[in-house]
Structures are given as structure tokens and as C-alpha cells.
Design a protein around this ligand. Sequence first.
Ligand code: SAH
Length: 263
Amino acid sequence: MRTEQLNPLSKARLSVVGLGPGDDALMTDQVRDALANATDAFGYFPYVERLSGLEHLRLHASDNREELERARAALDCASEGRQVLMLSSGDPGVFAMASAVFEVLDLASAEERERWAGVDVQVLPGITAMLAAAARLGAPLGHDFCAINLSDNLKPAAVIERRVRLAVQADFAMAFYNPSSASRPEGFARVLRVLKEECEPGRLICFARNVSRADERLQVHALEAVDASMADMRTLVIVGSSTTRRVGRHVYTPRSYGMQTRG
Ligand code: SAH
């Protein structure tokens, strides 16, 4: 009943959906229904590739540097009365396409506004990489934490370094998205230098690569043993707070600062 309310077939609709971190079992039923009812799907090549088995969908893949153009094209397609999906991995509101769609709507010309007026935009959440990674590791985000995108495509490197430094000083655990890529090999190295200045050498750093996929890899190291080559663009990095610790094979952050440590 609820799903029908979200997906009436008669209305021009753009659904911005999160596919989750990789494993289809981590996709919500709401997103699965949206996939079944849509006519068109727009997204970055690898995300569109995940839907290649769905023959009822017209697929529109594009490069990840063309996000605003992709959002405009999806709105145009929906304004023709089609049921359109905009794909993100993880959650669409976390460093992904939902903001891009709203930016395009916000900056639209009068002519675009008129064309897109009948399109109903909805955002359907997904499991974001940091939550999937945290669950595999244990509970490293079990106390206060923040998420920082290390890509300097859309913000200056100095802003990233300042946020990381202040987050360490505030003793947040941190999740780093987009730690490194072929076009930005030096970014993570710079952030590591900040961490080494601000944290004790034993601070726990977790590297979760391709979480929930067949080639998933999880690694936990003390900061002093970490180097920049340990993270690539398929890795989610979690930096513990000062209280984050190991128990057995797991890593967790206690909920309280007052917790007794074992003698
Ligand atoms: N909207 C996505 C994030 C997009 S930014 C989400 O909510 O998860 C892309 C970054 O997300 C990657 O560089 C990586 O840091 C992280 N990421 C996405 N999927 C991942 C996965 N399965 N395993 C590890 N990291 C992942």
C-alpha cells in the first residue's frame, strides 16, 4: 500500500535511489519496487551496469564528472511522463546524486522550471558505505562520529585538512569517503600527515574495501603502521576516536567516556 503511494505509475517521477554498498541483499524493498516500476535509469557506468539484467529498463550511463548534466537529462526524461531512476551507490544523499538533482532544480532557468514543474522528485535511501563497513568491523562508529569526503574535486584541499584536524581535536571517530583516486594520489597522504600530527601513534585506522562484494577486504592498523597506499577509491576509511579499541576480531567505540578498562 505504502509502496503504491510512492510509485503511482501515472505521474512523471524522478526517483533518486540508493543501491546500497554492493550486495543485493543490502538493497531496500522500496528501491527494489522502484526498479521494477521504472522505465529509465540514469547513473555512473558501474551503477547502471548493476541493472543490466533488468530488460524493461532503458539505461543511460555516463561518466562521474557529468553529474549536473546527468541530472538535467533525467529531469527532461521524467518530464516526458516516464518513470525515471537516478542511481547512486550506498545512499543517494551521501556524497551522491540527490544533492546534484536539487542543485539543478535550484539553479534552473525559467524555461527549465516550467518544463520540470510536473515532475515529482523523491529520494529513496540506501545503506551507505560507512554503515556497511562499520557493521563488518564491529561498532567503530558507536559513539559520536562524522563523515568527510576527501575528494578535492568540489572543495579546496585546505578545507579538508582543517575539517580533519578539528574533528580529531573534537575526538570524533571519522569515516572518510573517496580517500584517494588515480587523479588525486596525494590527497590521502596529506590527510595522513594531519592525523600523524594530531593523534597518538596507536590510534586505530580501519580500511574497508569493496564492502559486501565478493572481493571485500577489511584491515585494521595502528596509525604508525599506515601508509597512503592502503586506500584507493573503492575503500572506506574509518579513523577511530581516542577511545576506539579492539575486542577479539572486532573494533568498537564505547558509548561512554567513563567506561572502565580491564586491568
Ligand atoms: N553514496 C555513496 C558514496 C559515494 S562516494 C554511499 O552512500 O556509500 C564513493 C566512495 O564511497 C568510495 O570512494 C568509497 O570511499 C565509498 N564506497 C562506496 N561503496 C563502497 C563499498 N562497497 N566498500 C567500501 N567503500 C565504498
